[in-house]
Design a protein around this ligand. Sequence first.
Ligand SMILES: [Zn+2]
Length: 83
Amino acid sequence: MISKAFQGVHGRAYLFSDVVNVTLGPREDRQFITGLHTVADIQCTSCHTVLGWKYEVSFEESQKYKEGKFIVEKQQVMKEGAW
Ligand SMILES: [Zn+2]
């Protein structure tokens, strides 16, 4: 776990450098408070719940550290209990 200071759609979210047992959805450009990013939703491989998303590309220099990392909502982490 890298940081707790993220906001997901349903509440607080965590930034992970790697997440297991997920499948990636199609890439799409999404506008965040921190700027435009290309992201892909991540789904649990067993129950297909959308757990969060992966930052594929960040267009803001200050947000580059997020590239290749995953945002997982706390609510979903607690449900899955796998991390
Ligand atoms: Zn699951």
